[in-house]
Design a protein around this ligand. Structure first.
Ligand code: ADP
Length: 308
């Protein structure tokens, strides 16, 4: 195996069973409404980003926790089938697997209720027993659906080993400002960028200004996700816009997770920032062509056909 192929991505994050209910209109408090359709899926930002990185050709290990139940077994089987090393995923007999109920309204709006369940079994103490996974990592990918103290410990363990950190600041409210100093890549969408900076984000220049303010907090590179507009790459040296391939989006659920995972895979492979963003953009655009999160993730060959 070549040296490049042996680079490893460590994902620390959530694993959830998703139930999406498609509704014809928004729901009133106390009302019962028949769903148009229901879709069961495997998700959690951590599991999604691990799956996305593996489908993109990355070598991936995951740390997280599920319950000793059917959704937990399904999540482990799903990641194992994609070649993700799941040795670091705890199976907690004391918790149910995390669950997300997604109410999908016309026009693409969602309301989401999450029960963290077994995700809370991953504590900073547990994480510290997994030092070997950090020793072997070339990039840490972490999001904010797990306890903030665990995110903080993961970042500290990566930094102590010189491992670059990709932080997906979702949900943004969970981000601690002190983390930003240690972040190599921050991947906010526009809502998260506004929440993190307190700035209103309207147009490319406003996105660039907001991203630059995060560079002042210590982030090395902001990859601002702008939906159909693609991504603005902001570093201390340059602001570059990478457009997304033009597609008619059907469902953008999980597009941000596909972006993070595909970027991680492409960057660990080539270490070329703009090429990795272009690959991730194409992967995320393709993932909008089907309903659902992980089930809509394209494989590497399909992305390469679109991006080269
Ligand atoms: P998030 O899913 O995190 O809310 P975005 O909505 O910005 O973030 O989507 C993430 C990425 O998915 C975008 O940066 C882009 O690469 C891709 N994407 C999303 N919507 C579209 C679209 N309508 N057309 C093409 N690409 C899209």
């Amino acid at each position: 195996m070549s040296r490049l192929a042996s680079r490893r991505i460590l994902v620390v994050g959530s694993l959830n069973a998703d139930t999406s209910l498609v509704l014809a209109r928004t729901l009133l408090l106390g009302e019962t409404l028949a769903a148009e359709s229901v879709h069961k899926g495997l998700g959690g930002k951590g599991a999604n980003q691990a799956a996305a990185a593996a489908k993109s050709g990355g070598r991936v290990a995951m740390i997280g926790a599920v319950g000793a139940d059917e959704p937990g077994r399904a999540l482990l089987a799903h990641l194992r089938a994609l070649g993700v090393d799941i040795e670091g995923v705890l199976v907690s007999p004391d918790h149910l697997t995390g669950e997300a109920a997604i109410l999908s309204f016309p026009g693409g709006e969602n309301s989401i209720v999450v029960h963290a369940g077994a995700n809370h079994a991953l504590t900073p103490d547990v994480l510290r027993t997994m030092a070997a996974a950090f020793d072997a990592a070339d990039l840490l990918v972490v999001q904010c659906e797990i306890e903030a103290d665990v995110v903080e410990e993961a970042i500290a363990m990566a930094v102590a080993r010189g491992v670059p950190v990709l932080l997906d600041p979702a949900p943004a409210a969970a981000v601690r400002r002190s983390w930003l100093h240690d972040v190599a890549f921050l991947t906010p969408n526009l809502t998260e960028l506004a929440a993190l900076t307190g700035l209103s984000i309207d147009g490319r220049d406003a996105v660039a200004d907001a991203a630059r303010s995060l560079l002042r907090d210590g982030v090395k590179c902001v990859l601002a996700k702008r939906g159909a507009e693609g991504v603005l790459v902001v570093t201390p040296d340059a602001v570059q816009s990478i457009s997304a391939p033009s597609v008619a989006a059907i469902d953008t659920t999980g597009a941000g997770d596909m972006f993070a995972g595909a970027f991680a895979a492409a960057w660990t492979e080539k270490r070329d920032l703009l090429a990795a963003v272009a690959f991730a953009n194409a992967a995320a655009a393709l993932s909008t062509q089907e309903r659902g999160a992980a089930r809509s993730f394209p494989d590497r060959a399909a992305v390469l056909r679109l991006s080269t």
